[in-house]
Design a protein around this ligand. Structure first.
Ligand code: SF4
Ligand code: SF4
Length: 57
């Protein structure tokens, strides 16, 4: 499992970047991108995202 960002819903707020404990999220073109290699599946970004753009798959 890893967190996945729906870029259509992402508004570029960077809240998830601040909440991620493993620095697995980076912004590119104002959209969040999650590195599945470093994501520890904690779910913090899913709860923190105001746009419900992140899900666990
Ligand atoms: S918290 Fe949600 S809307 Fe904000 S940058 Fe992250 S994925 Fe995008
Ligand atoms: S699930 Fe946790 S470790 Fe993975 S990207 Fe989200 S906040 Fe970071």
């Amino acid at each position: 499992m890893a967190a996945i960002v729906d870029v259509e819903k992402c508004n570029g707020c960077e809240t998830c970047v601040e909440e991620c404990p493993s620095e697995a999220i980076e912004m590119a073109n104002e959209k969040a991108g999650i590195n599945a290699e470093t994501c520890v599946d904690c779910g913090a970004c899913v709860d923190a995202c105001p746009s419900e753009a992140i899900s666990m798959e």
